[in-house]
Design a protein around this ligand. Structure first.
Ligand code: NAP
Length: 257
């Protein structure tokens, strides 16, 4: 399957996301920023969420310079997201576009690397809020808009530690297991009754601030840049992935060389 899919990814036409409306969380840096730049270059209209207004504005400027689309930026701390606020975001998107073609749930925090026995209670809640609960609230609020699309896509971001438990990865690892579970549950609920397709991608080791925090001793030059994963992300967001649903991918199997 991997080789076949790689061929399909390679064959994806230019402008494969032309006029699609896509929301990305954690779009101000790292992998989310790379996805924002890539999707904009492919013609998508973007709604970008991140914590830092300054960083989001820098992404806006880069997109304005390099493509013919203008994103909507939405600085918001997802740790404080509620269903009510998610519904307000959905309402704003509905007023502007009337539908949503894709969501990339990418924002995450690492939290402390320590044993479950010592894990700080508040930090556990913070990691769960940003990495998992915000995706739940946004999914609930955005589903009607995704159903209004011909090819709705929900792309979750996982991790190796969300597939096999690893000591000292604490709330982060548990949040990623739950993210895979949320993805699979949604895929099963929506696959037969809607056009929405749901996937998870584990980017694997990628050169970002989060990676440096997790592996401070590593030489960043030894780790691939986020842009290398974008052909897979683009394919999953496109209408070409309509025959798939509920899959978990390792980005390294599909990365551009
Ligand atoms: P990153 O460079 O640290 O970027 C994280 C992004 O999430 C930033 O845009 C950040 O916004 C945003 N964010 C964090 N907390 C937020 C909050 N409370 N509210 C709103 N936005 C928030 O991380 P990354 O490495 O690109 O990671 C992207 C995804 O890939 C994550 O889901 C991560 O778990 C996953 N992943 C990464 C690796 C890797 O090696 N890099 C490996 C496996 C999985 P600000 O910049 O504005 O704070």
């Amino acid at each position: 399957m991997t080789q076949q899919l790689k061929s399909r990814i390679d064959a994806l036409p230019e402008q494969s996301l032309r006029d699609k409306v896509i929301l990305i969380t954690g779009a101000s840096d790292g992998i989310g920023k790379a996805a924002a730049l890539d999707f904009a270059a492919q013609g998508a209209h973007l709604i970008l969420i991140g914590r830092s207004q300054e960083k989001l504005e820098a992404v806006y400027d880069e997109i304005e310079r390099s493509s013919d689309t203008r994103p909507i930026i939405f600085p918001y701390d997802l740790n404080t997201l509620s269903l009510e606020v998610a519904r307000e975001m959905a309402y704003a998107i509905e007023q502007e576009y009337g539908r949503l073609d894709g969501v990339l749930f990418n924002a995450s925090i690492l939290g402390s690397k320590m044993s479950i026995a010592q894990y700080p209670e508040q930090e556990w809640m913070d990691v769960m809020n940003v990495n998992l609960n915000s995706s739940f609230y946004l999914t609930r609020a955005l589903l009607p808009l995704l159903e209004a699309s011909e090819h709705g896509r929900i792309l979750f971001t996982s991790s190796s530690v969300g597939r096999k438990g690893r000591a000292y990865w604490g709330a982060y690892a548990v949040s990623k297991f739950a993210t895979e579970g949320l993805m699979q549950t949604l895929a099963d609920e929506l696959g037969n009754t809607t056009n929405i397709r749901t996937f998870a991608v584990n980017p694997g080791g990628t050169r970002t601030n989060m990676r440096t925090s997790a592996y401070p001793g590593e030489n960043p030059a030894d780790v691939p840049e986020p842009s290398i994963h974008m052909p897979l992300y683009r394919f999953l967001m496109s209408s070409q992935s309509a025959d798939l649903n509920g899959n978990s991918f390792d980005a390294k199997d599909f990365s551009a060389s």
